[in-house]
Design a protein around this ligand. Structure first.
Ligand SMILES: C[S@@+](CC[C@H](N)C(=O)[O-])C[C@H]1O[C@@H](n2cnc3c(N)ncnc32)[C@H](O)[C@@H]1O
Length: 298
């Protein structure tokens, strides 16, 4: 990330969610995230406005998907998938939700029943400050069920920060780590996973996304990346970390988790977008997974 600036990749995701939330006809929308437009800067707002123009608006997602293949549908598909995992977790008794690298994720404000839990949103201080600012302007005040925790995962330990913020170590908790892991060092990912399994009770779950390590080390070719690498370079948010799917269960077990499920972006796109999701190209290296804290993990 650029020093002192809010994350731009967080804004890209908010743009995709805002566009989806304005899609016509309404029945075709995968979800609605009414707050997403309020996090957008001038350029992203222009994209959103254009996408709402009758008849021609569909050219905006077409343009985005040509230039950055797979990014937008992958982001939308994983939003649906993670929403579903979160909903299941709340129905199964989760009392706390921790969103690591929350960016402009608005699940704390839009998922039914989540306001009955305590939500912790963790992010880099500059992104978190921008989010709080936009939310305060839109909502008048910040919701009481959400606690905002500024942190740099590469430099700080989540245990200390969460404890200081009032995290209940005895409560069943659902952790979300979406679109963040690949920006961190291997040491930070390792430390964060170990901290989660030590900090909470068995049965607590973590949903996270990761990129196939073959993309990072160049050992696997995944088709067209378009302008994705140059855009990430421009915004100062390049990918550093990945995992091999075939080694994921073992990697997690060594850190106190059992792997529940691992899906790649072709699979979760197909789940929500049907045949068109299956034919979308790009981002095949992107995965989403759920892991559960094992007994005796701490
Ligand atoms: C691609 S965005 C994802 C945001 C959100 N989770 C979503 O899916 O829309 C990456 C997020 O990770 C945060 N991030 C990146 N590196 C970080 C670090 N070292 N410490 C804390 N947050 C970080 C950024 O501020 C940003 O909000």
């Amino acid at each position: 990330m650029k020093p002192g600036e809010a994350s731009q990749t967080a804004e890209f995701n908010a743009l995709f969610r805002a566009m989806e939330s304005a899609r016509h006809p309404r029945r075709k929308r995968l979800f609605e995230d009414p707050l997403a437009p309020y996090f957008l800067g001038a350029r992203a707002r222009k994209f959103l406005r254009l996408s709402r123009v009758p008849l021609l608006g569909h050219l905006v997602p077409y343009y985005i998907d040509r230039k950055w293949p797979g990014v937008r549908p992958s982001s939308l598909g994983r939003t649906c998938w993670i929403d579903e995992q979160l909903g299941d977790s709340l129905r199964n008794g989760a009392k706390q939700v921790v969103i690591l690298g929350a960016g402009y994720d608005c699940r704390a404000y839009r998922i039914p029943g989540i306001n009955q839990t305590r939500v912790f949103e963790l992010d880099h201080p500059s992104t978190l400050a921008a989010k709080k600012d936009h939310l305060t302007r839109k909502l008048g005040k910040l919701p009481e069920h959400v606690t905002y925790v500024p942190i740099d995962f590469d430099l700080q330990d989540i245990t200390t920060e969460l404890k200081l913020a009032g995290f209940d170590q005895a409560a069943l908790t659902f952790f979300i780590w979406e679109g963040v892991m690949h920006y961190l060092t291997a040491e930070a990912v390792d430390a964060t996973l170990r901290a989660i399994s030590a900090l909470t009770i068995p049965g607590s779950r973590l949903v996270f996304t990761y990129v196939h390590r073959g993309l990072i080390d160049g050992t696997v070719h995944f088709g067209k990346l378009g302008d994705v690498p140059s855009t990430l370079q421009d915004v100062g948010e390049t990918w550093k970390f990945g995992l091999y799917p075939e080694k994921l269960a073992r990697y997690l077990a060594e850190r106190g988790f059992s792997l529940v499920v691992d899906v790649n972006s072709l699979e979760y796109r197909a789940m929500y977008m049907g045949p068109s999701g299956r034919h979308m190209k790009g981002f095949e290296f992107y995965h989403a997974a759920v892991a559960e804290v094992r007994k005796g993990a701490a």
